[in-house]
Write a protein that binds this ligand. Sequence first.
Ligand SMILES: [Zn+2]
Length: 414
Amino acid sequence: MTAHTIDVDAAVVEDHVMRLARHGAWGETGVWRTVYSPEWVAAQDEVAEWFDAAGFEVWRDAVGNVWGRIEGADGSPGSIATGSHIDSQTPGGRYDGALGVISGYLAVKSLVEQHGRPQRTLEVVSMCEEESSRFAATNFWGSRGIAGMIKPHEPDELISYDGQRMSDIMRELGLDPARIPEAKRDDINAWVELHIEQGPLLETAGRPVAVVDAITGIRHYEVTITGRSDHAGARPIDDRRDPMHGAAEIISRVIDTALEMGRPAVTTVGRMQVDPNFPAIVPRSVTFTIDARHPDPDARNALYRRHEATLEEVCTRRGLDLSVKINTDHPPCLSNPDLVRTFQEAARAEDIPFETMPSGAAHDTQRIVNVAPVVMLFVQSKDGRSHTPEEYSYPEHMAEGVRLLAAGLHRLAY
Ligand SMILES: [Zn+2]
């Protein structure tokens, strides 16, 4: 008989998911809750009420993150913090982000109820924004605030999709953009974010949860291949400098490279522009993106070297001009090995079946890692679906996630 650190009622977890999902409810099961919208305000207010009712000390920082705090008994500096984001895709589901806020709240509340005051300070945060759903370039607004990574000019330069300025929107809610630097934290001793997996691996493995040992590194190449535009009928097929033919070979080969390297390498060509873009013209140039990701720093570099060699080789052989821009380049975010071990051991002690795996998706945690040691936990996503109202996690899996989160926090703070 395994002694559970806390008891969690799966129905209570699901009830909290449904309560948050009312704010910005979209269609049958969706949520549409962009940062600083009325729905967002209502959701953050409800979270603040939960924190307050549970006896947490509640405060809001300069970007609108809502924090709840239980002061540790030993008076040591810093805190153990957990949380996730409250905003959604447009539309998104009920679980992305929200489950991490709810789990943090329920884990800390249950710990205090069932084990009393912690030795070390525990904090739960409902972060304001992660998804870039209202502004193209805000992503990680909440966690960048915490990590001190928002540049002073950003609030005045960021314009929402409906034409409003970030600084004006913030002021309307009583948030002073000039005070954003005050949101920075340098006293978080350990950070853990629980999130839905958003992919199919846990379901395939038949496990409810995972300990995340890395968030994948990502690079976006923008590739332009230029050849010569010609008549599609009059120019013989063996006398062309056709950038489309070169692009087709490159696209096929870079995707094959990721397939050869195998999981968790991924390479995606998701956007293409052809100029001219007509059926009867050999194009002059083809521009496309290559999104390539790997969580292991060395394997990631190997993947990129192979992609770059393919670009060079194909274009040289075909007499095509090549231009490559790197638009995004984020190194992998590695979880702290001690924190990974703490949560693995907690899962074993609690008899919770788990995987240890990297995250292929981006998360707030990869900003928080700039100011604290981090780890993440995943809860299984049904059919691997996310960023859609179809998103679903089973209540019993969510409850296992809350139990694991609480058991790890117990090891860290009690
Ligand atoms: Zn998320």
